[in-house]
Design a protein around this ligand. Structure first.
Ligand SMILES: [Zn+2]
Length: 306
């Protein structure tokens, strides 16, 4: 049987039950007052998924207080979209979702952003530690708003990524420039001091030895991708991450405005951090994305007006 034949993708009631089993794993919880009384009124015969709190007497469904709140697309279609986005290594365009799901392009576009918001990790714990290696590198994409095309990367948007080699997880962010004054505070905030930092020879990473246990680099300019003296010195893991990100951004999304870029990064980080090589397959990745919908809201206005 095809995965997409699952009932939760075709029947709205089954979709609600599926989402409830993830969001309310510990029992039905009122999103208005937090009550888990277990005596909430079941109004599902009136409207799919509807309940009424026995304490604050307000009505709610499992969508309230999540990124799906006030979305008018049937929940089973939204679960299909989440699945497709989780299972497509380089992403899926809003145009394709619009055609496949039979919803308007505008709805599909906003749904994609809702899902990216669900994929956004709130993990602020420092990476590395205990002498573990963290690879740091930057990449360039698209066009910085208002900048003329010039040589090299000056007119492009800049993305800084970190990959913890022990856990295999990535964390990416948009940066305005590559000055050490901008980058070093970000690195100190996101990486444990007891880590070995791996970079290329770029000038902005000089002097990192002062802030971390060790800083080693390869000379890409000289064709050295793995150090000849110590084979653990390289940035090949992060280059692999950038390869997926750039193929997705160029091949699937094609264009991305700067004020949306952080959401695309959240999407690529999420899939990379929940990838098959770490033992996480499509189904588990889908459940993990649905677990991320809680406590996040997104309005069309807030997404569209930077
Ligand atoms: Zn309540």
């Amino acid at each position: 049987m095809s995965v997409l034949s699952s009932r939760c993708f075709h029947c709205e009631e089954a979709a609600f039950e599926h989402l409830e089993s993830i969001v309310w794993a510990n029992g039905v919880t009122c999103p208005h007052c937090g009550s888990m009384s277990g005596k909430h009124y079941d109004l599902r015969k009136t409207r799919t998924g509807l309940r009424k709190c026995s304490d604050c007497r307000k009505q709610f469904t499992v969508k309230v207080g999540t990124v799906f709140e006030s979305a008018h697309i049937p929940l089973n279609k939204m679960l299909q979209a989440v699945y497709l986005m989780c299972a497509s290594k380089k992403g899926i365009s809003a145009h394709q979702l619009h055609r496949v799901l039979g919803i308007t392009y505008k709805s599909a576009w906003f749904l994609c952003h809702r899902i990216r918001e669900a994929m956004r990790s709130g993990d602020l714990a420092p990476m590395g530690g205990n002498g573990g290696a963290v690879e740091v590198d930057e990449t360039f994409i698209g066009r910085e708003p208002g900048k003329e095309k010039k040589r090299a990367y000056h007119h492009k948007m800049k993305v800084l990524s970190l990959v913890d080699r022990e856990t295999g997880k990535a964390r990416s962010m948009v940066v305005d420039n590559l000055h050490p004054k901008t980058l070093v505070p970000i690195l100190k905030e996101n990486i444990d001091r007891e880590s070995r930092i791996m970079t290329d020879e770029a000038g902005q990473y000089h002097h990192l030895k002062n802030d971390f246990a060790d800083h080693a680099f390869t000379r890409h300019g000289a064709g050295e991708y793995v150090s000849m003296t110590d084979r653990t010195i390289h940035t090949n893991t992060i280059e692999g991450y950038f390869s997926i990100f750039k193929r997705g951004m160029k091949g699937v999304y094609q264009h991305c405005a700067k004020h949306h870029l952080h959401r695309y990064l959240a999407e690529f980080d999420f899939r990379y951090n929940n990838r098959s090589a770490l033992g996480i397959e499509d189904g588990a990745r889908h459940a993990s994305a649905l677990g991320g919908i809680i406590g996040k809201r997104l309005t069309y206005r807030s997404v569209n007006c930077p």
